[in-house]
Design a protein around this ligand. Sequence first.
Ligand SMILES: C[S@@+](CC[C@H](N)C(=O)[O-])C[C@H]1O[C@@H](n2cnc3c(N)ncnc32)[C@H](O)[C@@H]1O
Length: 311
Amino acid sequence: MSSPHTPSPHMLSQPSLHRPDGASPLSPRLPPPLSRATVITTLRAAGCVFAEDEAELLISTAHTADGLAAMVERRVLGLPLEHVVGWAEFHGLRVTVDPGVFVPRRRTEFLVGQAIGLGRRTAARTGRPTVVVDLCCGSGAVGAALAAALDRVELYAADIEPAAVRCARRNVTAAGGEVYEGDLFEALPTGLRGRIDVLVANVPYVPTHEVGLLPPEAREHEPRVALDGGADGLDVLRRVTAAAPQWLAPGGHLLVETSERQAPQAVETFTRNGLLPRVATSDELYATVIIGTRPAPGEDEATACPPPHAP
Ligand SMILES: C[S@@+](CC[C@H](N)C(=O)[O-])C[C@H]1O[C@@H](n2cnc3c(N)ncnc32)[C@H](O)[C@@H]1O
């Protein structure tokens, strides 16, 4: 956990490197040791919006003068701050984020909050550990945050990207979970079929034609498979939603993040696959989450997935 007074990549980045031309800047090749003022000036010249705070973070993270110079150089080259320092702050945790792995976004903390509410309710109903699966786990930030917040969980995570799986193993194993590599549900142990209480899937949902409009930090340093959701951005969501009812426990919940614009289509997909849908939004985090519940026997639409604060 980072101190509240130490700048964290979470508050600085996503993205904080702003080049008016959208291009990655050239490496400055500065000789160490770098003074604080030089670090700030260099970062500012590269387009870092929060140059002072970023400088503070890099200086406090680097172990040596050479290490600091290398970090500044990588940041100036356009790497996301989280990849430079090797971690992101997410839902109060310090999560390891390796180069080439999707950087967990602040807005996804809203999905985590929704999942925590549902996980707690499930635990109260069943009296057993909650079975949580973080599909498309990336760094495993979502699963790790759920394990930290829920009392007793059986945690599984999976991703198709080997780099993400390696990274998630560090975050999720530390939280008592297991990480698998493969295409969506194919990666999971078959014994999980029909047993998952809370299935979180922050799938890629950027429409293909919009990937090129993302900030360079994302489009050049995060894998395309983590961003590109197909023509309308909903290809992976549709695949997850189609298979989810076979994997969810009766009364279990699927939570997926979308854009506000995609929500009506996503809801339709949930309904078509027999999940009872609800849309949760946060204006503050600019987040939209679709929650689908597999009805338990005898349960109707009104009771399947009440909002978190319903009595
Ligand atoms: C938007 S990122 C989310 C990562 C993480 N859940 C988070 O919120 O930080 C989407 C992730 O889905 C993974 N992914 C994309 N297609 C997949 C597939 N068919 N099966 C498993 N994982 C997939 C990507 O590798 C990437 O790590």
